[in-house]
Design a protein around this ligand. Structure first.
Ligand SMILES: [Cu+2]
Length: 124
């Protein structure tokens, strides 16, 4: 009996590790329509997790947090010194400053960074 419990526990751990650290959303998960930048925060992923915006202009990105866990409660754009609380089930608009072309990541506030997303800034 103990053996079965141990195996179930092990599978759970493997599942959690896979979900949070190894699972990579597909390349198709890209939102390039700047007028509709809404990122949903749910089940351990930002969706879309990759967003493209033009360089050199302030861009508003909306977040909709649908998960109650504290992990989903704050989004951090480390490169931009932005850290914002996300209310539950309510859209929150975050203004991104005019940026140089490049790739910028955004994550949850924890060191492990279970939530991970990427913003690609390209020249227009
Ligand atoms: Cu987290």
């Amino acid at each position: 009996m103990m053996l079965i419990i141990n195996i179930v526990g092990l599978l759970l751990i493997v599942g959690i590790v896979w979900w949070f650290w190894l699972y990579k959303p597909s390349e198709l998960d890209v939102n390039s329509d700047v007028s509709e930048l809404l990122i949903t925060v749910e089940n351990g992923v930002y969706s879309p997790s990759r967003v493209s915006i033009p360089s050199g202009q302030v861009t508003a990105v909306k977040f909709l947090r649908k998960e109650a866990s504290p992990c989903a409660g704050t989004v951090v754009f480390a490169d931009m010194n932005i850290s914002e609380e996300l209310p539950l089930n309510k859209e929150k608009t975050i203004q991104l400053p005019a940026l140089e072309p490049g790739t910028y990541s955004f994550t949850c506030q924890m060191q492990m960074q279970m939530y991970k997303g990427e913003i690609t800034v390209s020249e227009q």
